[in-house]
Design a protein around this ligand. Structure first.
Ligand code: NAD
Ligand code: SER
Length: 314
């Protein structure tokens, strides 16, 4: 059996996806990699890998007999807007290197896209699967280009490329890496720590969100899906909820009645959020591979608060 490679494995999603893949397929089947060194508690198979180094990507895939790549290494929206040149290198050259190696060695590739692949002239409510994509951020530009590049490698070379347009991902294990939806994680940390949160997006900013267990099971489920059913291989809209800051605050207040939210808007991240949809339509994912999230807002809030109380109050 060939192995599974995870790039960007120390990030918000990679740290939990790696554990889930090990649970699902076995410890010997998974190789975790990142451009940074892991902490001392890392007990999985591990290698350093900068995805912009094409020779190293090829060496790792050949030497470890890799058959599937979960390619998570990327710069997120707010960081990419501060470092657009580096974002192009990591998000596009890194993806190109992975796809080239996948072509050469016959690997399947999972690559996340994002709600950031949409832009200000995309229909913002119940955004269709197939619609206008003219993003105004470097992150969005790399995500649309990435979707197209993955389609190209499937159509031209029959590389088994698949991907999800993730919404903002909420989780308690690893902090988010510099996105516009990070507030939806920070709010829970600050609710437990301070019972008060200063939000960098304004009230009424609706964005799609998803709790990490659904993001992880969605990725694995898509990679195991019957390929003959997949029409939208590389860019499935997926969502679990559309929420604004005040909705998250109201949900937290059911469990921490004193919780307060105030607003100190960051114009850069507000502009990014305003260019993204309020809510997306994920019916193609439901039809083509039976996507069905388990966590709604209330269930996510209860689970986040329980885990964070344990983590922060210990
Ligand atoms: P993250 O920022 O938490 O983690 C990214 C990881 O990539 C980091 O550990 C970083 O060290 C690593 N990295 C950066 N440059 C690298 C390089 N040159 N070579 C190898 N590794 C490198 O990101 P994440 O939230 O885990 O996101 C993973 C993927 O999911 C990305 O493609 C992101 O665009 C996508 N996504 C995430 C979200 C979200 O809310 N977290 C939403 C939509 C899409
Ligand atoms: N959570 C991500 C970001 O804000 C969405 O892709 O960048």
């Amino acid at each position: 059996m060939r192995k599974i490679l995870v790039t960007g494995a120390l990030g918000q999603i990679g740290s939990e996806l790696t554990t889930a893949l090990i649970e699902h397929y076995g410890e010997n089947r998974v190789l975790a990699t990142d451009i940074r060194e892991p902490g001392k508690d890392c007990d999985c198979q591990w290698a350093l890998l900068d995805v912009t180094d094409s020779r190293r990507v090829a060496d790792i895939v050949r030497d470890h007999k890799i058959g599937t790549i979960y390619h998570l290494a990327a710069l997120l929206s707010a960081v990419a807007e501060k470092k657009p040149q580096q974002a192009w290198q990591v998000n596009i050259s890194g993806l190109y290197n992975v796809l080239e190696v996948a072509r050469e060695f016959g690997c399947a590739v999972f690559t996340p896209s994002s709600i950031g692949a949409f832009g200000p002239n995309t229909p913002p409510v119940t955004t269709p699967q197939d619609t206008i994509q003219r993003p105004t951020t470097m992150y969005g530009v790399t995500k649309v280009a990435g979707e197209l590049l993955c389609d190209y490698y499937f159509n031209r070379y029959k590389v088994d490329t698949r991907g999800l347009r993730y919404p903002g991902i909420v989780s308690h294990k690893t902090p988010p890496g510099g996105g516009t939806t990070d507030y939806a994680v920070d709010i829970y940390y600050q609710a437990v720590r301070e019972k008060r949160y200063t939000c960098f997006l304004k009230d009424g900013t609706y964005l799609d969100m998803m709790y990490m267990p659904d993001a992880i099971s969605g990725a694995i489920q898509l990679m195991e899906a019957d390929p003959t059913r997949l029409i939208h291989r590389n860019a499935f809209n997926v969502t679990a909820m559309s929420v604004g800051p005040e909705m998250l605050a109201a949900s937290i207040r059911k469990h921490i009645p004193q919780f307060e939210i105030i607003y100190d808007v960051d114009p850069a991240r507000q502009a990014i959020a305003d260019s993204w949809p309020d809510s997306i339509d994920d019916s193609a994912a439901r039809e083509e591979w039976d996507w069905q999230p388990e966590y709604d807002l209330e269930r996510m809030t209860i689970d986040m608060l329980n885990h964070l109380r344990e983590k922060l109050m210990a």
